[in-house]
Design a protein around this ligand. Structure first.
Ligand code: FES
Ligand SMILES: [Fe+2]
Length: 550
């Protein structure tokens, strides 16, 4: 592993404030906000927080029954009478559009003998009728009918309205809170909306929504998406275009922000000898940016790895040694190159394996062409390009990239694009609103949500939503339905995610192994970097405060 300067109090490389100062466009005030987390606790947190059923049960009582949480997008239930089932741990709620501009949320349980009122989402209901004995409520929660009501003389019909939970709206999302004494949502969310002033969520639509069960605790899952510290080991293929170790992290009340610059090479590469670029660059043959070993995918989906010292070995797509005198390879590189690919890439392999055109046909398809054919849109292509950028002049790479993005967005957003700084168009800007809502910056599209899967502390549900812009003078397109992929499915099953699906494969290659390691470890705690893991420390600080509440 190559290191940046060690023993120093900050990473080598450019400071984010310098990148903002060099921006070709005016930088809005919110990007300049500087609010670092204070040093100190928590940097160590107990392992049982991720593994024990007792802790999980306490989280249900202290967090999920009391906190504001994103339940759905308003466009998931566009018509009056539409409803959506929102579950977290063992809790279940129904979010109902009760009028054009009104939402209510109820406990998803019948007041007769407790049957779940609705097991699925539904459309244009006039009322909510329990499928067991037929007790029925109006959309506003008032009782409509009890079959054989004469047999329930003690039931006061005015008192059997469906119990409601609190509802709030933010940026087109519906938040709920089961705690009747909860603080107002506006106080809870604070000034988060300030960071989306250029292109608020209300001006975007839900373009994609993918959900998947992961075999790890919900906190293990979301913590993999709250820092850029893991990029050097987990996503080495993008190091040339991402300034991972120079990310900026800030905390603001109940939310935290990370900004990872793109279009600037990683400081981890500063001590790596620069080799000549490979003559036949394809998307499936790459030089490892840290070791300079060449990873070359073979037609049988193994990877031939050749180290600069001459040793070589063959490895599976999962990084397992098959043959050769080289014993170690980077599993994430193997997986990136030889793991499941997007559709356009499959075409390449069909050609190369002789199932399509001649064997040599695909050999030198440049990566850019493959990206162009993939489901990835402008933003993804931009990231792809940046991942392949060498060490050209820093400012110009960011400027050129931003200019290309503005061109791509102009047909949709018009002249608004001229007020968007390079930073917003280049950088990964990712927020976490406690406990589990992760909206990215306005021009990043991504929103994540993570939650426990039932009462199993070893499983979680991860969702990735794309909130994309649409023409400012146009109608908001309908929301994409939720696309569930199976726990063992590869993320590329969700081709609507584009290249991000392959990046997720690298992230989720780690996650079940983290959970297994947490059960196996002799240590009783995990630990976080003071600054680079700011968002995780901030999360645990809030978590501890919530868990300590009476
Ligand atoms: S349980 Fe719902 S009507 Fe009986
Ligand atoms: Fe990642």
């Amino acid at each position: 592993m190559t290191e940046t300067l060690t023993g120093t109090n900050r990473s080598a490389g450019v400071a984010y404030t310098q990148l903002l100062a060099d921006d070709s466009h005016p930088v809005p005030e919110y990007l300049l906000r500087d609010s670092p987390i204070e040093e100190g606790e928590p940097t160590l947190v107990p392992v049982e927080r991720y593994t024990s059923r007792e802790w999980h049960d306490l989280e249900v009582e202290k967090i999920w029954k009391r906190v504001w949480q994103m339940a759905c997008h308003e466009d998931d239930i566009p018509d009056v009478g539409d409803y959506l089932r929102y579950d977290v741990a063992s809790l279940s709620f129904l979010v109902v559009r009760t009028a054009e501009e009104e939402f209510k949320a109820y406990y998803n349980a019948c007041l007769h003998r407790g049957r779940m009122l609705r097991q699925e989402d539904g459309k244009r209901a006039r009322d909510l009728r329990c499928a067991y004995h037929g007790w029925t409520w109006n959309l506003d929660g008032s009782l409509k009918e009890i079959p054989c009501q004469w047999d329930f003389p003690y039931v006061n019909t005015d008192e059997v309205s469906l119990p409601e939970v609190k509802v709030a709206r933010w940026g087109g999302f519906v938040f709920i809170n089961p705690d009747p004494d909860a603080e107002p949502f506006e106080d809870f969310v604070g000034d988060l909306a300030d960071h989306f002033t250029l292109l608020p969520y209300e001006k975007r639509y839900k373009e994609a929504h993918v959900a998947k069960v992961l075999r790890c605790n919900w906190k293990v899952a979301q913590e993999a998406f709250m820092e850029a510290y893991h990029v050097v080991a987990t996503h080495p293929q993008i190091l040339a275009g991402i300034c991972d170790a120079n990310s900026k992290y800030d905390v603001f009340g109940n939310y935290a922000r990370a900004i990872t610059p793109n279009g600037v090479p990683s400081p981890h590469l500063s001590n790596v000898p620069q080799e000549e670029p490979l003559p036949d660059t394809s998307a499936f043959k790459m030089r490892h940016p840290l070791t300079n070993a060449i990873y070359d995918t073979q037609p049988d989906s193994t990877v031939l790895v050749t180290h600069p010292d001459g040793r070589s070995g063959v490895f599976t797509a999962g990084g397992t040694w098959v043959s050769g005198d080289l014993g170690d390879a980077d599993p994430h590189m193997c997986q990136w190159l030889a793991g499941k690919q997007l559709e356009a890439d499959d075409e390449y392999w069909n050609n190369r394996r002789g199932n399509g055109a001649s064997e040599d046909d695909g050999d030198d398809i440049p990566a850019d062409d493959i990206a162009a054919e993939s489901a990835a849109d402008e933003l993804d292509k931009r990231m792809e390009q940046l991942g392949l950028v060498g060490d050209g002049p820093t400012g110009s790479v960011r400027e050129i990239g931003a200019a290309a993005m503005r061109d791509g967005l102009r047909p949709v957003l018009g002249d608004l694009v001229d007020s968007v700084p390079d930073a917003e168009l280049n950088d990964s800007i990712y927020f976490t609103l406690f406990p589990n809502f992760h909206p990215w910056g306005s021009f990043n599209r991504i929103v994540y949500r993570f939650r426990p899967n039932g009462n199993n502390p070893d499983e979680s549900i991860m969702e990735c939503l794309y909130l994309a812009p649409y023409p400012l003078d146009g109608e908001r397109p309908p929301a994409a339905p939720i696309h569930w992929i199976d726990v063992d499915d590869d993320w590329t099953e969700a081709s609507e995610l584009g290249m991000l699906a392959r990046v997720f494969n690298q992230d989720t290659y780690n996650l079940p192994r983290v959970q297994l390691g947490l059960h196996a470890t002799k240590w009783d705690h995990v630990q976080f970097g003071n600054y680079g893991e700011t968002k995780i420390r901030h999360f645990h600080k809030l978590l501890e405060a919530w868990m300590a509440r009476e």
